[in-house]
Design a binder for this molecule. Structure first.
Ligand code: KG4
Ligand code: ZN
Length: 341
C-alpha cells in the first residue's frame, strides 16, 4: 500500500504555501507571496497579509492539486501551520485547513512552523539520522534545536535574545540605504567586500556570556556597532565603504551561527547539522558551515533555497512525519498560537 498523501498549508507570514507530500516524496509545492504589496511599507503589514492569504488560498490549492495530478478526495491528512506567526495570517490558513479536514473527513495536524523549516530537508536529502542539530534562521527566528525525532522529540537549546539573523540583515540593509527586505541585498554587496576589513563584535561568544548562553544568540549589539561605524564615517564627511561593511557584518553573523551550531553538535555527540529558514540563502553562512563542518567531520545539510523560505512543503513534510510517528491528530477546534515556542 502506498504511503498516506498529506496536504500541507502554510500561511504564517506573507507566503501562502500549499504542498502535497506522499511519505517523504514531494509531489507539488506552490507558493504565492504578498511581499510586493509590503515592500513599499518597509515591512510586513499584517492586515494586508491576511487578506492576501484569503485571496490566494484557493488558486494556490488548485495549482498544487493539478501539479501533483491528484484530486482533493485523494488527500489522507491535512497539515497546517498552527504557529508561530502573525495571528490573522495563521487564522486564514487554519480556517481553510479545518474546512477541508471537515469536508473530507480526514485528520487535521497543527504543526510548528519553526520545526517545519528543518523537517522539509527530509524531502530533499532523505531520512534524518537518529539525532542531529537543527539551526533555523529566518527573518523572525534564530533557533538551535536538538532533534531526536522531528515529529515528537525536539528540544530548543537556544535562540536569539533580541533580533533574528534576517532581521539584523534587514536593519543593516536600511542603514546602508538598500531596499526592503535588505538581507539579499546586503549579501550581494558583501561578496564585493573585504570580510576582514572591520572587526565587528560576536554576540554572546566570550567569557561569562558564552558560559551563560552557550546556544543563544544576540545580534542587536552588532547592529548598533555597524550603525556607530557608519555614523562615525558620515560625521567625519568620509565615504562609507559599504561593501566592506556588508562583508564584515555578514562574517560576524555567519561566524557566530556556525560556531554555536557546531558546538551544539559536539554537545549532542552527533555528526549532522541541518540548516533551514529563509536566511539559509545567505552565501557566507552556506560557505562557512560547509567549510568548518567538513573540517570537524560534521555533515551539513541545507535544502535548496526554494525550500528554505516559507512554503507548504515544510508543513506537509512535518505532518507526514507526525503521521509516521503515530502522533494523535489535532481536534477540529485547533487553536493557532502566534507565540508558539
Ligand atoms: O524564512 P523567511 O523567508 O521568512 C521568515 O519567516 O522570516 O526569511 C526571510 C528573511 C528576511 O529577513 C530576509 O532579508 C533574509 O531572510 N534573507 C537573507 C538572504 N535571503 C533572505 N539574509 C541574508 N542573506 C540572504 N541571502
Ligand atoms: Zn519561516
Amino acid at each position: 500500500m502506498s504511503e498516506p498523501l498529506v496536504l500541507g498549508i502554510e500561511s504564517s507570514c506573507d507566503e501562502t504555501g500549499v504542498a502535497l507530500v506522499r511519505g517523504r516524496e514531494l509531489l507539488a509545492d506552490v507558493t504565492a507571496s504578498s511581499m510586493d504589496e509590503h515592500a513599499r511599507f518597509g515591512g510586513i503589514v499584517p492586515e494586508v497579509a491576511s487578506r492576501a492569504h484569503l485571496e490566494a488560498f484557493v488558486p494556490t490549492l488548485d495549482a498544487a492539486l493539478a501539479r501533483a495530478g491528484v484530486a482533493l478526495a485523494d488527500v489522507d491528512a491535512v497539515a497546517v501551520t498552527a504557529g508561530p506567526g502573525l495571528v490573522g495570517s495563521l487564522t486564514v490558513g487554519a480556517a481553510a485547513a479545518k474546512a477541508l479536514a471537515l469536508a473530507l473527513g480526514r485528520p487535521l495536524y497543527g504543526v510548528n512552523h519553526v520545526i517545519g523549516h528543518i523537517a522539509v530537508d527530509e524531502l530533499v536529502s532523505g531520512p534524518f539520522p537518529e539525532r542531529f542539530i537543527g539551526l533555523v534562521v529566518s527573518g523572525g527566528h534564530t533557533s538551535l534545536l536538538d532533534v531526536r525525532d522531528i515529529a515528537t522529540d525536539v528540544v530548543e537549546l537556544g535562540q536569539t535574545l533580541d533580533d533574528a539573523a534576517g532581521e539584523a540583515f534587514d536593519k543593516v540593509g536600511r542603514l546602508l540605504g538598500l531596499p526592503y527586505p535588505g538581507g539579499p541585498h546586503v549579501d550581494r554587496l558583501s561578496q564585493r567586500g573585504d570580510r576582514t576589513a572591520i572587526r565587528f563584535p560576536r554576540g554572546l561568544s566570550r567569557g561569562k556570556d558564552v558560559a551563560r548562553h552557550p546556544y543563544d544568540f544576540s545580534f542587536s549589539g552588532l547592529k548598533t556597532a555597524v550603525a556607530r561605524y557608519v555614523e562615525g564615517i558620515e560625521d567625519a564627511g568620509g565615504e562609507v565603504p559599504v561593501a566592506d561593511v556588508a562583508a564584515s557584518f555578514s562574517e560576524a553573523v555567519a561566524d557566530v551561527l556556525v560556531s554555536k551550531a557546531l558546538a551544539a553538535c559536539q554537545y549532542a555527540g552527533c555528526s549532522t547539522l541541518v540548516i533551514g529558514g529563509g536566511f539559509s540563502a545567505n552565501s557566507r553562512l552556506r560557505e562557512l558551515a560547509a567549510e568548518r563542518g567538513s573540517r570537524q567531520g560534521i555533515q551539513v545539510r541545507i535544502p535548496p533555497i526554494r525550500y528554505c523560505t516559507d512554503n507548504g512543503a515544510m508543513i506537509a513534510a512535518l505532518g507526514s512525519a507526525m503521521l509516521r510517528s503515530g502522533v494523535a491528530p489535532s481536534a477540529l477546534g485547533l487553536a493557532t498560537d502566534s507565540g508558539m515556542p
